[in-house]
Design a protein around this ligand. Sequence first.
Ligand code: M6R
Length: 617
Amino acid sequence: MCGIVAYIGSRHAHSVILKGLKRLEYRGYDSAGLALMNGNLSVYKKQGKVSDLENYLHEVGQDTLHASLGIGHTRWATHGEPNDVNAHPHYSGNKELAIIHNGIIENYDSLRTELINKGHQFESETDTEVLIHFIEDIKKHENLSLEESVRVALTRVIGAYAICIVSASEPNTLIAARKGSPLVLGLGKEKGEFFLASDATPIVEYTSDVVYLNDNEVCVIKNEKFTIKDIHTELETAPYIQTLDIELEAIEKGGFEHFMLKEIYEQPKSISDCMRGRLNAETSTMMLGGIREYIDNMVDANRIIIIGCGTSWHAGLVAEYIFEDLCRIPVEVEYASEFRYRNPVINPGDVVIAISQSGETADTLAAIELAKAQGAIVLGVCNVVGSSIARASHAGSYTHAGPEIGVASTKAFTAQLTVLTMFALLVGRKKGTLDEAFYQTLLQEMDEIPEKVEKALELNAHIKYISDIYKDATNAIYLGRGHNFPVALEGALKLKEISYIHAEGYPAAEMKHGPIALIDKEMPVVVVATQDSSYEKVVSNIQEVKARKGQVIAVVTEGDSLIANMADHVLEIPATNQLLTPLVSVIPLQLLSYHIAVLRNCNVDQPRNLAKSVTVE
Ligand code: M6R
C-alpha cells in the first residue's frame, strides 16, 4: 500500500508529483505529502487526501514551490495513525535528507531504540522516519557517501520497501530502492528527465520507456544518468527497458462519475480483450502463449492449488468448479494468507495457480515463494503487467483488463474467470476429459459472453431503483449454489467494502444451518438463481426465505416466470452455459453494490480503511 512518485527534470516537479499522487491515490489515502528541492529541502504534508495537500500548497503559494526535483507520497497507515506528523516525506534528524517509503521496516523498533540511545529524536511514530535517521547515522559515523549509506542501511534492515531519498547537500541526486514493494523508473524523453513511481500510471503521460526495478536493487539518478546496482553484491545491473502499453484514457474516468462504474461498464471490452488473439470460436482454436510450456504440467497434475485473496480468491473458487468439471483434476482453493502459514502439503506434480489483479499482494507473493521452494510449478494470473507476482511465477497469463483503479475489483474478476476458463478448456481438451463437441460449444459460448454482459448492463436503471429501496439496510444475505456460490460471496464482499453494510455470502443450502435465523421482513436476500443444475433447489431456498418474510432480490435467467412470481425483485440476465454463468451473473451484483454505496454517499472508489494494492501481510 502507499503510493510513491518522484521526479527530476525540467518540468515543475510539484505538478508532476501531485498529478501522479492522484493517480496512485487508490493505493492509500490517509495523508499525502511531498518534498521539493526548492533552494532548501522543503517538506509539505497533510492528513487526508491528495486534494487536501493540494489546497494546503495553494495556501503556501506557487512561488515557493518551483523545483526540478521532488518526491511525493500518498499513505495507507501502518505505523502510527493518519495525521500530519506521520505523513510522508520524513526528514532525517539534521533535515538534510528526506524519504518516502511504501512497505514496512520490521526491525524498526530495535533500530529506533539503538538510535535513541545515540541521541536521535523522532517526531513521528513511523518506521520510515527510523529508516532515514538510520541512513543519516551511517552516513555520519561510517563516513560514507549518501549512495553508500543508503545501500549499507538497506543491507541491515528487515522488511519490505520501495523508497526514494533526496538530500539537500546533493540537490541533483535522487536515490531509489526496492525490495518487496513495486517501483518503476520512467525514462523521460528529454535528457536527464526521470520519473519513479509505484506503478506506471503517473508516468504514462510523459514517456512509455520504463524499467521495473527488481527486488534488492538500488537506483541512483545523478548527472542526468541513472545506474542500477544490486544492494548486496554492489554489481551494476543492465536495465531492461520496456515499452508501456497503457493508454492515458485507460486511467481516466472518461465521463463516468466513478472509476468503479467505468470499470463495470468496461467489462464487455475487457473480456473481449482478454480473449483477443487467444480464443477463436470460428476456427475452434485457442492458444495461451504464456503457459504453452506448462500445459502438460497441468494435464499431468495430481492436484491444482489455487491461491489468492479477496475477489481473486473468489475467482479461484469459480475456477475450482470449472477445472473439476472439465479436467477431472482435484482442485483446492486457498486464501494465500492461510496457505503460507500453515505448512501446506505440496506434492511433486502439484500445480499452483496464483491469482492477483495487482500482482503485488504480499500474502500471495509469499505463498508463491513457499510453493516454489517446495517444488511446485506456479502459474500466475495477473492484470498488472510486469508486477511482482507475474515475475515471481514460472509462467502465466495476463488478464489484459486494463488498469483497474476503483478499490472494489470488478473487471479484474471477470477477466480472471475468462483466463481461468481458457486454462481449463486447454487442459481438459488435451487431457481428453472434455469432448470435442462440448469444447466447441464452450468456445462459442465464451465468444458470446461480452454481448451477454452488455445485455446485463442494461439492468442498470432497474438496479438503481432497487438500490434506493434497500440503501438503508444494515445487513444483507447473498445466496448461490454451485458456480454461483462464489458469485454470492463476491456480491457480499462488494456490498460491504464500498457501502459498509454488513453482508454475508452463503451457499444457498447452508442457509438452514444458521443464517436463516437472521431472516425477517427487514432482511434483503440476494439470490443468484439462474437456470442450471441446481435451479430447483435454489427455488426451494427462495421459498424458505419468503416463508420468513425476507425481501428477495433474485438474479434469474431471462424469461423465468416461476421466480418472478415469488421474488420481490427479479433481475434477468441472458442464458449461458452454467460453467460461464458467473461471468454474467456477477454484473447485477456489482451494479447493486455500486448504486447502494452512491446513495449512501460513500466514497465508492476509495472506501475507508482499504487500499487497492495490499502490500502488507
Ligand atoms: O490485487 P489482488 O487481486 O491480489 O487483490 C486481492 C484483494 O485485495 C482484492 O481482491 C480486494 O479484496 C478487493 N478490494 C475486492 O474488491
